[in-house]
Ligand binder design. Sequence first.
Ligand code: AP5
Ligand code: MG
Length: 216
Amino acid sequence: MIRLIILGAPGSGKGSQCKWIKEDYNVPHISTGDILRKNIAEETKLGIKAKSFIDKGELVPDELVIDLLKNRLEENDCKERGFLLDGFPRTLSQAEALDEYLNEKGISIDKVINLHVPDEEIMVRAINRRTCENPECKEIYHLVYNPPKVDGVCDKCGSKLFTRKDDNEETVRNRLHVYHEQTEPLIKYYTEKGILATVIGQEKFEDTVALVKAVL
Ligand code: AP5
Ligand code: MG
C-alpha cells in the first residue's frame, strides 16, 4: 500500500513515470487529465463543462475536480492498494481539500515527487508528444526522444496515435503560465510538510526512472 502524488509542470513527464510506478507498486494510477479527457470523449455532463477549460489550457474549476477525485478515491482499489495521483492537486484549495478528506479517513500521503523540467524543454516535449488512443493502453511517445517503430502506430497495442488538442504552442504556453501561478505554490506547501522530493526530470527517461526509484 502506497499513497503518492506526482507534481510537475505540463509535459514534465508525470504520465511517463506513472506507467512504471503503477506496475512496480501495484497501485492505481489516477490522472485527472485522463479522466477529464475520457469524459469529454463520452460527452458526459462533466466532460461538456470541462472541455472549454482544457482546450484553452486553463484549469477546470476546483469543485468539479475535487468531487471527481474524491469519488475515485472511494473505489475499492484505492482503499486496498493506495493511489498514485498524476495532475492532482493543482491548486492550494485542491491540496487542502485532499488533506481534509485524508484526515477524515485517518490516512496520509507517503511522498510527493516533484518532477522539475525547465520551460524551454517542456515546449519541445509537449509539441512532439503522441499518445495512444486506446484507453486501456495510453502509451506516451515523443517523436524525437521516444518515437514509435511505425509512424503513427502504438508499439504496444497497434492502435493509432494522436496529438492532444492542448499540445499546440499557444496552449502549452498558457498551461505553463497557469502552472507557475497556481500549481507551483504546492512545492512550498508539501516541502513544509516534509514529504516532498524534487527529481530533475530533464535526464533521459531511464535516468529519471533511476532518480525516482532512489527517492521511493
Ligand atoms: P493533464 O493531462 O494532467 O496534463 P498536464 O499536467 O498538462 O501534463 P501532461 O499530461 O501534458 O504531461 P505529463 O507531465 O504527463 O508528461 P508526459 O509523461 O506525457 O491535464 C490536462 C488538462 O486537464 C489541464 O490543462 C487542465 O485543464 C485539466 N486538469 C487536469 N487535472 C486538473 C486539476 N487537478 N485541476 C484542474 N484542472 C485539471 O511527457 C510529455 C512528453 O515528454 C512525452 O512526449 C514524453 O515521451 C516525453 N518525456 C517524458 N519523460 C521524458 C524524459 N525523461 N526525457 C525525454 N522525454 C521525456
Ligand atoms: Mg499526463
